[in-house]
Design a protein around this ligand. Structure first.
Ligand code: SER
Length: 599
């Protein structure tokens, strides 16, 4: 196999598609412009959405570029061989020009002729058909005509082989993904491309964009048939050079070396140590690119993209502690990242001072909180040991969370290092107790605001987000059966035949929290019920024909007929947590939930 650097790969890709009639265009900022549906540019297609929807692109109908991307959906997988929060995507697009045959044939030609992958290493997936959309037999036939045998063509459901939209609405369609077989043994009889064991690494995706997903979840056929492809730079050079993980590539090697140089301790568990190094490298690289973005609009903070950046930096700091890395390290690692990328992304050099300054400031802010929390932890741990006890109380774990920003998992890690465990149930109970206390103090300050107090208004907004999230996770049969809000919690009854699984509860919480982090604007319009229905609004109660109703819209996420009032931005809710999911009556479930801004 050919050895290739990232620089060579970028050039080779652009030249190849230029030779196939594509115009080379510049990649865009990591922060989308005028697009409330996503926090970051998550794919090369993203800045091209208007053109995929039919607008004319000044450079023509065949385009190619390299795009910086940030995706945090897989953040928990970071630390394995190939999942990253920042990556570079090579892409080629057809805007109503060529379609499946050319796209797949060129992918195959580039992989085998230009990059020198053996056709035998190639495994591909195609859309198996679902929801009335047929199996992609055309893609199967094209792969076969190129010599890929049946046993290496995998038709998979929508969950695997459907791409997009990037946010909640926009262009999307069936795709065909290309995987390199690393030669590792299969993890079991079910192992196939898409399995996370590391045998198959996805490096490229050809999306056949034939649909536009609308705000009410419908798939409208697009006027023009587009192709959107994306190849991962880090993964491709990793595979080409035969490295076991992306962290050995020249893009990461100097960052990893710096982390090792700065480390003064190593957890006994080697797997944990390696994971910590990789998480620091990944998160720091992403933080540098966000802070060094030409748009200069993201700074560590509590809402939306700013919050994601804060989380990345703080998570990295926590792992740095695990490796005994001294404070002040973020600047040192940032220097290495900038040095490795400035010839491709000169903005990093241009904004070097901001990058280093913001990182250092955020690191030291978090250090102070952590140090105070550590002191508290040590005090408690010493007392416990003196008394021969082995369990840290839920109340202490909650205090560490509430006052010092220690996530429960972090406290658990610390506890483990000290031969202690944490009373998880006690932690949950303390969390609820806290909410009750908030209720009392809210009651004290409620005064004349009564039901329209700030907190109930926020909880009311949270109810809309919850309603929509339940529909997404459980299905469209979910309908509101009742709602009751007090200053200490919301209660929401809805139709659903079964107890929700813990995964479903978690997913609903995640979706609501995502919408809070996106800080969606909440807007009010008055219209007739018929107009509201046409606009895709959920309407609970029948009203007289022609009667004017109020419609509250939360960004692109939710639209409901409702009397209000609501907050003006979802970020005001702070965070969302489900306390309980239980039966209300036959076929009706009940959720009790709180938000973090209860005061
Ligand atoms: N948009 C598709 C993806 O992200 C192809 O680039 O996989």
């Amino acid at each position: 196999m050919m050895k290739l650097t990232a620089d060579e790969l970028r050039t080779k890709y652009l030249k190849f598609f230029e030779s196939k009639g594509h115009a080379i265009i510049s990649g865009a900022s990591l922060i989308p412009e005028n697009d409330p549906t996503v926090l970051f540019t998550t794919a090369g297609m993203h800045p091209l959405v208007p053109y995929l929807l039919g607008e004319k692109h000044p450079a023509g109908t065949r385009l190619t570029d390299v795009q910086k991307c940030v995706r945090t959906g897989d953040i928990d997988a970071v630390g394995d061989s190939a999942h990253l929060t920042f990556f570079e995507m090579l892409g080629n697009w057809s805007l109503g020009d060529y379609f499946k045959k050319e796209a797949i044939s060129w992918s195959y030609e580039f992989l085998t002729k230009e990059l020198g992958f053996s056709p035998d290493q190639l495994n591909v997936t195609v859309f198996a058909g679902e929801d009335g959309i047929p199996r992609d037999d055309e893609a199967i036939a094209i792969w076969k005509s190129l010599g890929i045998p049946d046993e290496r063509i995998f038709p998979l459901p929508k969950e695997d082989n459907w791409w997009g939209p990037a946010g909640t609405t926009g262009p999307c369609g069936p795709d065909s993904e290309m995987f390199i077989d690393t030669g590792k043994p299969a993890c079991g009889p079910e192992c196939r491309p898409g399995c996370h064991c590391g045998k198959y690494i996805e490096i490229w995706n050809d999306v056949f964009m034939q649909y536009n997903k609308t705000a009410d979840g419908k798939y409208e056929p697009l006027k023009q048939h587009n192709v959107d492809t994306g190849m991962g730079v880090e993964r491709t050079i990793c595979m080409m050079n035969g490295y076991p993980t992306v962290y050995e590539t020249e893009l990461f090697a100097p960052i990893m070396a710096k982390i090792r140089e700065l480390s003064t301790a190593r957890p006994a568990d080697e797997e944990q140590a390696v994971r910590a190094e990789r998480i620091i490298a990944d998160h720091m690289r992403t933080a540098v690119f966000l802070l060094g973005d030409p748009r200069q609009s993201v700074k560590p903070g509590n809402i939306g993209a700013n919050y994601v950046l804060r989380r990345l930096i703080r998570r990295s700091v926590r792992y740095a502690k695990m490796l005994g890395i001294e404070p002040g390290y973020t600047a040192k690692i940032a220097e290495v990242v900038i040095a490795g990328y400035k010839h491709v992304y000169p903005e990093l050099e241009q904004f070097r001072e901001t990058v280093i300054g913001e990182l250092t400031q955020e690191e030291s802010r978090f250090e102070k909180t952590l140090a105070a929390g550590q002191k508290e932890f040590d005090k408690v741990a010493t007392a416990l040991k003196t008394h021969g006890q082995t369990q840290l109380s839920g109340r202490t774990a909650f205090k560490l969370y509430d006052t010092y920003g220690f996530p429960l998992e972090f406290t658990e890690e610390l506890a483990k290092e000290n031969g202690l465990d944490v009373d998880r149930a006690g932690y949950e109970a303390a969390f609820q107790k806290h909410q009750e206390l908030s209720k009392q103090s809210a009651g004290t300050f409620k005064g004349g605001l009564q039901d329209h107090s700030v907190i109930t208004t926020r909880l009311h907004t949270a109810t809309h987000l919850l309603h929509k999230a339940l529909k997404i996770v459980l299905g469209d049969h979910v309908a509101q059966k009742g709602s009751n809000i007090t200053p200490e919690r919301l209660r929401f009854d809805f139709s659903h035949p079964a107890k929700m699984t813990p995964e479903e509860v978690k997913r609903v919480e995640e979706i609501v929290n995502e919408q809070i982090q996106r800080d969606l604007p909440v807007t009010l319009e008055t219209m007739s019920l018929e107009e509201a229905r046409q606009a895709g609004a959920t309407a609970l109660f029948a009203s007289k024909y022609g009667e004017q109703v109020k419609v509250y819209t939360m960004g692109d996420f939710s639209k409901e007929v409702c009397g209000g009032p609501h907050v003006t931005h979802t970020g005001e809710l702070g965070g969302f947590k489900i306390l309980k999911e239980e039966s209300s009556s036959s076929g009706v479930r009940r959720i009790k939930a709180v938000i973090s801004n209860m005061q």
